[in-house]
Design a protein around this ligand. Structure first.
Ligand SMILES: NC(=O)C1=CN([C@@H]2O[C@H](COP(=O)(O)OP(=O)(O)OC[C@H]3O[C@@H](n4cnc5c(N)ncnc54)[C@H](OP(=O)(O)O)[C@@H]3O)[C@@H](O)[C@H]2O)C=CC1
Ligand SMILES: O=C(O)C1=N[C@H](C(=O)O)C[C@H](O)C1
Length: 265
């Protein structure tokens, strides 16, 4: 697999470059970053002490000239630019970026008619298995239990709630016949009144170097159930992304998520 990485100097970009360099079946074929990045022109793997012979580019034509798949962990505005280019040039995409609005998600679905895409807010196996546990738990706790989703991430994260927390909310809402748009409560302050039993609450913590923790709380009378996933390293997201790239090897078009990649549907 000839893989290009967008956001090459970012936290995930670097982890992905390291993981691609270690993989037997993948080659680093390109590295992208923003025009203002001080890393432009430097070797994408220089930080590993083992150059890859691939310079970090901001020009998409140059950065993607040799790529079959682009793995993108950037920002929605960056991903959408890359998406347009990749759809026009037959380059498959793995999109890990979070924080898209409805129009952004629709653009990804549209592009997937031209080129195969895996789009998931969390590429780790553990989180995706946790999603299945939540689906099962939600069906049993749909009445008499208050559902709250608590997530914690590092101080640099710019979107909230996390894409994973939102996905957990969607999975739970779908499992119990609610629409997340109607029942989500993203903030509470002042005199809020009593809790609406149908609501799904979200709480966000930002601090230090927390890689990513997610807990779903089902709070009943006399008991509480907590389902928690904690990431200790970004390597799980990188390995999941490479698994997604392998999954796309025989796909030309279509929109997939990590549940497809892991055979969890
Ligand atoms: N799906 C998953 O499993 C995971 C998803 N994520 C998501 O991935 C994204 C990136 O996270 P992280 O690596 O921590 O973030 P970083 O800020 O460390 O890295 C983002 C990278 O993208 C670049 N960038 C910023 N804006 C643009 C743009 N408009 N166009 C192109 N490139 C841009 C940044 O460049 P510069 O620094 O120069 O601005 C940087 O290199 C987030 O949305 C995060 O939520 C993270 C982990 C796992
Ligand atoms: O920004 C991060 O770091 C992460 N973002 C993703 C999200 O928003 O869910 C996945 C993971 O939790 C790490």
């Amino acid at each position: 697999m000839k893989i290009a990485i967008a956001g090459a100097s970012g936290r995930m970009g670097r982890m992905l470059i390291e993981t691609v360099q270690q993989a037997d079946d993948a080659t680093l074929a390109g590295a992208l970053d923003v025009p203002a990045s001080p890393a432009l022109g430097t070797d994408a793997a220089a930080f590993l002490g083992k150059p890859a012979g691939v310079a970090i580019e901001s020009d998409l034509a140059r950065g993607l000239a040799h790529a079959e798949v682009l793995i993108d962990f950037t920002r929605p505005e960056g991903t959408l630019k890359h998406l347009e280019y990749c759809a026009a040039h037959g380059i498959k995409m793995i999109i890990g970026t979070t924080g898209f609005d409805e129009a952004g998600k629709a653009a990804i679905a549209e592009a997937a008619k031209k080129v195969a895409i895996v789009f998931a807010p969390n590429m780790s196996v553990g989180v995706n298995v946790t999603m299945k546990l939540l689906e099962m738990a939600a069906k049993s706790f749909s009445h008499g239990y208050d559902i709250e989703i608590i997530e914690a991430h590092h101080r640099h994260k710019v979107d909230a709630p996390s894409g994973t927390a939102l996905k957990m909310g969607e999975v739970i809402a779908n499992a119990i016949g609610r629409d997340l748009k109607d029942v989500a409560v993203y903030a509470r302050e002042g005199v809020t009144g009593e809790r609406d039993p149908s609501s799904i609450g979200f709480a966000t913590i930002r601090g230090g170097d927390i890689v990513g923790d997610h807990t779903v709380l089902f709070a009943g009378i006399g008991e509480r159930i907590e389902i928690t996933h904690k990431s200790a390293s970004r390597v799980t997201y990188a390995h999941g992304s490479l698994r997604a790239a392998r999954f796309l090897a025989d796909k030309q078009t279509g929109l997939y998520d990590m549940q497809d990649v892991l055979g969890l549907k």
